[in-house]
Design a protein around this ligand. Structure first.
Ligand code: F6R
Length: 363
């Protein structure tokens, strides 16, 4: 049932304020700042984290690396499951292995989990399907509460994965005493305000649709982001390529001059994901390098960012202000809607993109 929407993907994108609220309520249940997990996980007894996943779930892990390192001062390794499983990486003592999977059935992720059995101190999974193989074979399975996801392109599962992973990083910070009470309270308050911010982002649909109209006429698109927005740049590119079949790449803004800048000319749209955060000025200078070569910039930022750097861009997409830690969750909305409307403009099959399966149970 598409509940009045043309596609499951549209329905699932618009469901995000509700399902993310549900995820937040279930891990921050008391109205206080304490993250409560189903199962016992004490991060003060762990020294490091190894995270493994595929596709969109892999980008959720990459985002979580920034959170765990910054908030909980915990070293994190992130790997693609198909690489991890055959590389036979050594797992040091006091390591937790964390697997992220919407379906909980992805063959490579499951094999990576089995490789860690008997080697990692704890096997933790972040899953959407509680009865899945990955959930059953973990010491602790953390549900993301996204509800059934039907569109092949993952949307609401991604933002719910991110929300749960951020709360897990906050739990790690609390266990390890790496964040002040004030900082923890700020994060909890920002998380509780997130559903409202997601709704405001969804209201930008008409502006995003206009930008997508332009994207649909191009052959290649570059996505740029720095820090927490770098994994999201890759996720935005993945979403666009899988449903619109336009070639897209996500890059760390700072890597631009190490190669991809050679691609920039007047035909190249560049989506810049840049909230007005601590690395904003650096993102803007990279963006200006693109504009100096006539690249067409779509700037996704907040009021301050657009006021400061919006001049001369191809178009802007305005997001509400948000705690910097939460920006990748909020900015997922324009990433998803850009892909969705571009695909609609091109007339592709949004819910069932060619050659793709919702659950990849073979390698
Ligand atoms: C992209 C997408 C895929 C999945 C990947 C992992 O939109 O949906 O990249 O994220 O196949 O699937 P799960 O999370 O089920 O392990």
């Amino acid at each position: 049932d598409k509940a009045g929407h043309k596609h499951f993907m549209a329905k699932e994108i618009t469901e995000q304020p509700v399902v993310v609220a549900e995820a937040i309520r279930s891990y921050l249940p008391t109205g206080g700042d304490e993250v409560v997990l189903p199962g016992n996980l004490d991060f003060s007894k762990l020294d490091r984290l190894t995270m493994v996943a595929c596709g969109t779930a892999f980008y959720a892990c990459l985002t979580a690396k920034y959170w765990f390192e910054r908030l909980a001062k915990m070293p994190v390794e992130v790997d693609i499951a198909s690489e991890f499983r055959y590389r036979e990486p050594p797992i040091p003592d006091r390591t937790a292995a964390l697997f992220v999977s919407q379906s909980g059935e992805t063959a490579d992720t499951l094999a990576a989990l089995r490789y860690c059995e008997g080697k990692a101190d704890k096997i933790v999974s972040v899953i959407n399907v509680p009865e899945s193989s990955i959930a059953r074979e973990s010491d602790i399975a953390l549900p993301i509460h996204a509800g059934v996801e039907i569109g092949v392109a993952s949307t609401k599962a991604f933002t719910c994965q991110l929300s749960v992973l951020l709360m897990l990083a906050l739990k790690a910070a609390a266990d390890r005493g790496t964040l002040s009470d004030e900082d923890l309270a700020d994060h909890a308050a920002a998380l509780r305000g997130l559903p409202t911010a997601l709704n405001t982002a969804l209201d930008q649909d008409p502006a995003i649709k206009k930008s997508a109209q332009r994207l649909s006429e191009t052959r290649d698109v570059l996505f740029l982001g720095r820090g927490l927005m770098y994994p999201l740049a890759m996720e935005g590119a993945l979403k666009l390529k899988e449903i619109s079949y336009i070639h897209a790449e996500g890059y760390a803004s700072g890597e631009l001059k190490h190669g991809p800048i050679a691609l920039i000319d007047k035909h190249m749209p560049v989506v810049v994901m840049a909230p007005r955060d601590a690395v904003f000025d650096k993102s803007v200078s990279n963006m200006q390098e693109v504009m100096a070569r006539k690249g067409k910039v779509i700037l996704v930022s907040d009021d301050d960012g657009i006021a400061e750097a919006g001049d001369g861009t191809w178009s802007t997409i305005r997001m509400p202000h948000i705690h910097p830690s939460l920006a990748p969750i909020l900015y997922s909305i324009p990433a998803q809607l850009l892909a969705y409307h571009t695909a609609i403009a091109k007339g592709t099959d949004v819910d069932q993109p060619r050659n793709l399966a919702k659950s990849v149970t073979v390698e």
